[in-house]
Design a protein around this ligand. Structure first.
Ligand code: DI6
Ligand code: FE
Length: 406
């Protein structure tokens, strides 16, 4: 009846509308057929003896099972690092000042343009493997450190190879509108026209793009410029998302909602009108406590308003060399609780069900439910809230599928 049957586990299904928030099933059993969950419930309700239901019965040893984790906002593919800028910031130079002086994103762009595809692949592979050790099996990976067609292509090809070589779910996001490349200095509108008329259509035609993002900020691009990009994305049938309201309120989330964005990300400066627009459009909020911490931001995202209007809150690492060089999604759970006052069940939903939603993957992964991916983690913990409580600890003891090259 089942290809594999797991018994002697406790499950936190993270399914929607569960009274306890986690969807806890003590003494659970999980039946798998092919690549999907085909049965989940209390072991006492199994329709027969385990041995009669499957030839492959696995004993989970009383561990806790959750859906595999999802990192729904990353910039994992780049060359070099920005440790020297970190030191500059410790001396009091601001992130915006470093960017204005040609450092910041542009210094990573220079290093990434110089790197070969193989060098980029190997650098990113190490980062992905580190995240996988914490049970992350689905990733979003953005381009945006190329800002020319050849380098953006190189980054998106690396994302494709990581997806295929490691057997992961990956959403490849084109972030051409991340920063103004030096060859377009003072000509932001010309660069946006190049993104819209050449780079995005060319990379989409090569089947390298699953979604489109941009950086709507006073040190990034304006709403008007982002709208041009969104119009082309819509014409190509690609979903959009936006770095919005990270450092100031540009009303980017409203624009994103107008284009039925999957998510608006960062959102520290989001106001009530923006929250309402997101709720009406079904746009998720992606909270990024790593960047908040590393930039020592003071403005908190409007968590109460997001709750009030029932906007799903996802959580991600935002891994990037400038503002969030973290390789721990579990640490983000603790930071989201500590800094943003999320409850543990909200935080865990943020890296499972709501993260799936932020990628448009809600029908395929993010919860332990019949018909969804049989992708899960076994944790050596006493309760799912422990994943948010400890920090700098990795209780992942097993995961399925294990990935092809691990
Ligand atoms: N917001 C971020 O947090 C990253 N990109 C963005 O638009 C930072 C990218 C960097 O500093 O390299
Ligand atoms: Fe980001």
């Amino acid at each position: 009846m089942f290809d594999t049957l797991w018994i002697n586990i406790h499950a936190a299904t993270m399914a929607e509308n569960q009274a306890d928030g986690f969807g806890i099933i003590k003494n659970a059993a999980v039946g798998i057929q092919g690549k999907n969950v085909s049965w989940i419930g209390p072991a006492a309700e199994l329709p027969g003896k385990p041995g009669a239901l499957s030839q492959d019965v696995r004993d989970g040893g009383g561990k806790w099972m959750t859906p595999a984790l999802i990192d729904c906002h990353t910039h994992l593919i780049y060359a070099g690092d920005r440790a020297a800028e970190f030191e500059q910031r410790l001396q009091g130079v601001s992130y915006a000042d470093i960017a204005k002086a040609g450092g910041g994103i542009l210094s990573t762009v220079r290093a990434t343009r110089e790197a070969t595809e193989q060098q980029l692949y190997e650098a990113a592979l190490g980062r992905v493997r580190t995240l996988m050790r914490e049970g992350v099996m689905t990733f979003e990976m953005k381009s945006g450190y190329g800002l020319d067609t050849a380098t953006e292509r190189k980054i998106l090809r690396v994302a494709t190879r990581l997806r295929d070589d490691l057997g992961l779910r990956v959403q490849r996001t084109f972030l051409g509108a991340h920063a103004l490349p030096p060859e377009y200095a003072g000509r932001a509108d010309d660069y946006i026209n190049f993104v819209c008329n050449e780079m995005l259509p060319a990379l989409d035609a090569e089947k390298l793009v699953d979604a489109v993002d941009g950086f709507c900020e006073n040190i990034g691009f304006t709403r008007e410029q982002m709208e041009k990009v969104f119009k082309i994305a819509a014409a190509l049938g690609l979903p959009v998302k936006l770095h919005a309201e990270q450092l100031s309120n540009q009303r980017g989330a409203e624009l994103a909602a107008q284009y039925h964005a999957l998510s608006a990300d960062h959102v520290e400066y989001l106001d009530e009108a923006g929250v309402k627009a997101m709720a009406d459009a079904g746009t998720a909020a992606v909270l990024l406590p790593g960047a908040f911490y590393f930039l020592r931001e003071k403005q908190l995202p409007p968590v109460d308003l997001l709750r009030k209007y029932k906007v799903p809150m996802a959580l991600a690492t935002d891994h990037n060399p400038g503002t969030s060089p973290t390789l721990s999604l579990l640490l983000m759970l603790n930071m989201a609780c500590t800094f943003f006052r999320l409850t543990p069940e909200e935080a865990l939903a943020g890296v499972t069900r709501h993260a799936a939603r932020a990628l448009g993957f809600q029908d395929i992964c993010g919860t332990l439910e019949k018909g969804k991916d049989a992708a899960f983690v076994l944790w050596d913990i006493n309760h799912p809230r422990d994943l948010c409580y400890y920090f700098g600890n990795n209780p992942c003891s097993d995961r399925m599928p294990t990935g092809k090259t691990l």
